[in-house]
Design a protein around this ligand. Structure first.
Ligand SMILES: [Zn+2]
Length: 411
């Protein structure tokens, strides 16, 4: 008898939940100009219909039927762009996903060091109720010193079901040993055998060439010691390997030699890690950065990186916007917007910079079946702006609201 009552209660609860669900699952966003992230021209007075978290129709108001019972959201005069995808961030804890989303970054590909709680967040995000950024994970950055260790470590992260394998091939400006080619070749070979791609941190042009020849799948930083050349460009294009420029990573290595202007921007302060801000304002710390040799070398490296972004873009190499945010001083969310602006300063058009942060990033990370553009079938992740970033990239900061799976993000 007791069991029967419990069963009846469960059925009633399920039906009640479905009833609430049905009322809430269809939304129609009307009146905005839609830049859907594809090659099609912006659509004035567009309608976007979302059901159960996914786009079912997006186009001119006169060609899209709003289903009966849909909740209408009027966005007259606004501009809609796809949610921004950060192809190289670091998620330290699940609440970072709310910070990213507050700035319109609706997906973060975290390239290493995530705790178990972030793996759990990934496991729970396939729901129409989601209202924070999506995350993909690399797990621990691998640090093998022999080929055998390399294969064992890849087996370890494969067992954790990571989305990509991450290695670092760098000597930190000549101060630490660099992973040897036979070791990273073993990582790449073992990862490929297990159906996993390999993302690599790098700094030097010669390493980039060697890594590509060894089968690396994703270049997680700009080449920063030299201008990219025809040999590297053809190696990237031959296998469709994408590059994530992470210009803001370089900025973070020297910008705190004084108090940066953005420390007084209310839009920055709204979600900035206050502890970091106060630490980075300390005069002794700023003095140390001013006199740091590595800070000055990375400052010079930024100029090389900016030239390389433009060269790669002109050559048709796919770029995936990324920042390397997450470590101290690399502010999640705000830095991604600065990165997009810096790509434009480096010579990209606003359209190219935006594509690298939406459709192209999704393609590069192999998540474009579900993300990257506002098209029927994809998750309804988008940003509503006061004005179009295609006319002035600074408009990317003028965020009215952010939606993930059609749900408005708290911000
Ligand atoms: Zn990183």
């Amino acid at each position: 008898m007791k069991r029967l009552i419990v069963q009846i209660l469960v059925v009633v609860a399920v039906l009640a939940a479905r009833g609430v669900h049905a009322q809430q699952t269809i939304r129609a966003f009307t009146g905005a100009t839609l830049s859907d992230g594809t090659d099609r021209a912006p659509i004035a007075n567009a309608t976007v219909v979302v059901r159960d978290g996914r786009v079912v129709a997006a186009g001119p108001a006169n060609s899209v039927t709003v289903p009966a019972g849909a909740t209408r959201v009027a966005l007259d005069g606004k501009t809609i762009i796809p949610g921004i995808i950060n192809a190289h961030g670091h998620v330290n804890e699940p609440k970072d996903l709310r910070t990213y989303a507050a700035y319109g970054i609706t997906t973060v590909y975290s390239l290493g060091g995530e705790p178990a709680s972030v793996f759990t967040a990934r496991a729970e995000q396939n729901t129409p109720a989601l209202d924070r950024a999506r995350v993909f994970v690399a797990g621990p950055v691998l640090t093998p010193t022999t080929p055998d260790e390399a294969r064992a470590q890849v087996a370890g992260v494969a067992a954790q079901k990571v989305d990509i394998v991450k290695i670092r091939v760098d000597d930190n400006l000549g101060t630490t040993p660099k992973m040897a080619p036979d070791v990273y070749r073993a990582v790449i070979d073992e990862a490929h055998k297990r159906g996993l791609r390999v993302a690599t941190h790098l700094f030097y042009l010669a390493d980039a060439k060697s890594l590509l020849a060894s089968g690396a799948d994703f270049v997680a930083h700009s080449v920063r010691d030299a201008d990219v050349d025809a040999e590297l460009i053809s190696a990237l294009k031959a296998r469709g390997v994408c590059v994530s420029p992470t210009l803001m990573r370089e900025v973070s290595t020297f910008v705190y030699e004084s108090t940066p202007d953005f420390f007084s921007d209310p839009f920055f302060l709204a979600h900035a890690n206050a502890e970091w801000v106060s630490t980075l304002k300390q005069p002794a710390r700023q003095e140390a950065m001013r006199t740091s040799q590595s800070a000055q070398r990375y400052k010079a490296a930024l100029e090389v990186a900016k030239r390389n972004v433009k060269k790669l873009s002109d050559a048709g190499v796919p770029l995936a916007m990324g920042t390397d945010t997450g470590p101290t001083g690399r502010f999640q969310g705000y830095f991604e917007l600065m990165e997009i602006e810096m790509m434009v300063k480096a010579g990209l058009t606003p359209r190219q910079a935006l594509a690298s942060a939406t459709r192209d990033a999704a393609r590069c990370m192999k998540i474009d079946r579900d993300l990257g553009t506002i098209e029927a079938g994809k998750w309804a992740d988008f940003v509503v702006l006061d004005a179009s970033p295609l006319t002035d990239i600074a408009n990317i900061r003028r965020i009215t609201s952010v939606y993930v799976a059609g749900n408005q993000v708290a911000r």
